[in-house]
Ligand binder design. Structure first.
Ligand SMILES: *Cc1c(COP(=O)(O)O)cnc(C)c1O
Length: 365
């Protein structure tokens, strides 16, 4: 059985009538930018995250960089980021003029290790960006304590973790502000690019709103120098449709992850991730012989990905800033052993069983 890594057409199938209706509504309404669909979605997503404000922007990358700019970060500043993350997290810091300072991660969670943060702080450090990698919440309590103790701002990159909870509270509500991506493959995905910032800080929401549209409160009156980064009406209307079933989809992801865990826990040669409150944007299986495993799965028709090689600090862009192999030993060893298995809301039990069988096939010879 062929199992693609992700099948967006299958995921979207259940939404087709509602997506068609959303397009019809926006088309006939004649408003395409900064209109009622965006306002409604912002209110709805803020409620979902348990925050007072939500500001839609053009992408997850823009959400991170406008969040950083919105709290005043810019040239000359340093921002602590996890070594293990999408390169977007590092580049959003770079885009503000600040310097990303990597910190190694915890082996169990792939998330930033709070015990290693203090060693990375210096006189220029202004903020810590907690990334909830693969859908699993970072150690927000410990990171919040560190931020408070050192007078830093805690921000969240929640691009992979829509709906994940810590102690009954949703991610996106722990830092001064949080960034979300609605890239089509994310747990809450648009049919194009999109992103949002959530916050309980009214001043921050206001600044980001100005930044996303030329610094305008009133058309043509630029109060500050901003840029153009808007979540359009059509994407907001699509996101409204998909948000209604995000919790059900996250539940399905949890079921599949539990199924995988039961299958892999006793299997030689592979290490499944433990739960940790993840909403399973990615299912990261580990194997000492990762490349061989990935090759075998490919030969069996099972689509996989590796998240992430190279890690941000080992890309040409950041080697040029002086980062080197060996800087983050835990992250580097995880990156060499990680393979992401198919896991999405439309994955069937039969497909999951085929994935398990293909992984087991090699383990037994
Ligand atoms: C996807 C992602 C982003 C960037 O989102 P885009 O919408 O693709 O710009 C940022 N951070 C993380 C952790 C991501 O996974």
């Amino acid at each position: 059985m062929r199992v693609p890594y992700l099948d967006l057409r299958a995921v979207l199938a259940e939404f087709v009538p509602e997506l068609d209706a959303a397009w019809e509504r926006v088309r006939t309404g004649g408003r395409f930018i900064l209109g009622p669909e965006l306002e409604a979605f912002e209110a709805e997503f803020a409620r979902f995250c348990g925050t007072e404000h939500c500001v839609g922007v053009a992408s997850g990358f823009d959400a991170v960089r406008l969040l950083l700019a919105g709290v005043g970060i810019g040239a000359g500043d340093e921002v602590v980021v996890p070594a293990y993350t999408a390169v977007a997290t590092w580049m959003a810091v770079t885009a503000t003029g600040a310097r990303p300072v990597g910190v190694d991660v915890e082996e169990e969670s792939f998330n930033i290790d709070p015990d290693l943060v203090e060693a990375a702080l210096g006189p220029r450090t202004k903020a810590i960006v907690a990334v909830h990698l693969f859908g699993r919440p970072a150690a927000v309590a410990a990171l919040g304590g560190l931020a408070e103790q050192h007078g830093l701002v805690l921000l969240e990159d929640a691009a992979q973790a829509h709906g994940a909870e810590v102690g009954g509270r949703r991610v996106g509500s722990f830092g001064r502000g949080a960034a979300f991506s609605f890239y089509p493959t994310k747990n809450l995905g648009a049919l194009g690019d999109g992103g949002a910032i959530t916050t309980n800080d009214g001043g921050l929401a206001e600044r980001v709103r100005l930044l996303r549209a030329y610094g305008w409160r009133q058309r043509s009156e630029s109060e500050i120098a901003g840029l153009n980064s808007r979540l359009d009406e059509l994407q907001a209307a699509f996101l409204h449709v998909r948000l209604a079933r995000l919790e059900a989809h996250n539940d399905r992801r949890r079921q599949l992850a539990a199924l995988y865990r039961d299958a892999f826990l006793e299997m030689p040669g592979v290490t499944p991730p433990d739960d940790g409150g993840s909403v399973w944007h990615v299912y990261p299986l580990r194997s000492a012989d990762r490349d061989a495993l990935q090759g075998r799965l490919d030969a069996a028709g099972i689509g996989t990905l590796v998240h992430y090689e190279p890690l941000p600090h080992l890309t040409a862009a950041y080697r040029a800033e002086g980062w080197r192999p060996g800087d983050f030993p835990v992250a580097e060893s995880l990156a060499a052993s990680e393979v992401s298995l198919p896991l999405h809301p439309a994955l069937t039990e039969a497909q999951a069983a085929a994935v398990v069988a293909a992984v087991a096939g090699g383990a037994s010879g």
